[in-house]
Design a protein around this ligand. Structure first.
Ligand SMILES: CC(C)(COP(=O)(O)OP(=O)(O)OC[C@H]1O[C@@H](n2cnc3c(N)ncnc32)[C@H](O)[C@@H]1OP(=O)(O)O)[C@@H](O)C(=O)NCCC(=O)NCCS
Length: 170
C-alpha cells in the first residue's frame, strides 16, 4: 500500500482534522484516567487523504534534577487497527526523530509507554529511563505507572536525575 508522511504544526490543522486526531487518541487511550497535554506538532501517515497513522509531539522544557532541558514529547502513537505490524509505526517514529532534531531543534525525545509496547520502542533505539518521573494533573503532582523512555537525537547523553515534565503528560 502506498502512503506518505506529513508533518504539520497544530496551528495548521483544519477543525475537521483536529477533531479526527483527537478522536483517534481518545479511541485508544480514553481508558487511562489522565488529563493530557495538547501536541504542538503531528506526524501523520496518509494513504491519499485517508489517515492511517498519527503521532503528536509536545515541545516542552522539562527539569532533570537541577537542569532544564527541552524535549520533544511523543504523544499518542497510533496505527490504524487493520494496518498494524506493516511498518507504519516504525516509519512514523523514524520521521519524528528528524522532526524533533531539525524542525523543533530539540536534542531529546521522551515518551511514556505501557510495558506491553516497550518492545516497539526498544527496537527503534529508545532507552528506558529508570529515574522517577513526575507530571501535573488537576489534583496535583503524579508519578506515572508506566515506563519513561528517551532518545538522543544529537548524540548527547540524556542527563541523570529525577524528571519533572513541568506540566501535563503526553
Ligand atoms: C504500537 C503501534 C503504534 C505499533 O504500530 P505498527 O504500525 O503496528 O508498528 P510496526 O509495524 O512499524 O512495528 C515495528 C516493529 O515493532 C514491532 N512491534 C509492533 N508492535 C509491538 C508491540 N506492541 N510490542 C513489541 N513489538 C512491537 C513489530 O513487530 C516490528 O518489528 P520488526 O521491525 O522486527 O518487524 C500500534 O500497535 C498501535 O497503534 N497500538 C495501539 C496504540 C498504542 O498502544 N500506542 C502506543 C502508545 S505508548
Amino acid at each position: 500500500m502506498k502512503y506518505h508522511l506529513e508533518t504539520i504544526h497544530e496551528k495548521g490543522l483544519t477543525q475537521q482534522k483536529r477533531n479526527q486526531l483527537i478522536q483517534w487518541f481518545n479511541d485508544e487511550f480514553d481508558y487511562i484516567p489522565l488529563k493530557w497535554a495538547e501536541p504542538d506538532w503531528y506526524v501523520l501517515a496518509l494513504n491519499g487523504s485517508d489517515l492511517i497513522g498519527r503521532l503528536g509531539i509536545v515541545d516542552r522544557e522539562i527539569s532533570v534534577a537541577d537542569k532544564q532541558i527541552r524535549v520533544g514529547g511523543i504523544s499518542g502513537v497510533v496505527t490504524k487497527k487493520e494496518l498494524r505490524k506493516k511498518g507504519i509505526g516504525k516509519i512514523m517514529m523514524t520521521e519524528v526523530v528528524k522532526v524533533i532534531k531539525d524542525k523543533a531543534n530539540t536534542p531529546f525525545g521522551l515518551l511514556l509507554c505501557r510495558k506491553e509496547v516497550f518492545g516497539f520502542y526498544d527496537k527503534l533505539g529508545w532507552k528506558v529511563n529508570d529515574f522517577p518521573t513526575t507530571f501535573e494533573q488537576p489534583q496535583g503532582k503524579m508519578v506515572p505507572p508506566n515506563l519513561t523512555m528517551t532518545y538522543s537525537c544529537k548524540g548527547t547523553l540524556f542527563p541523570n536525575g529525577p524528571l519533572d515534565l513541568n506540566g501535563l503528560p503526553w
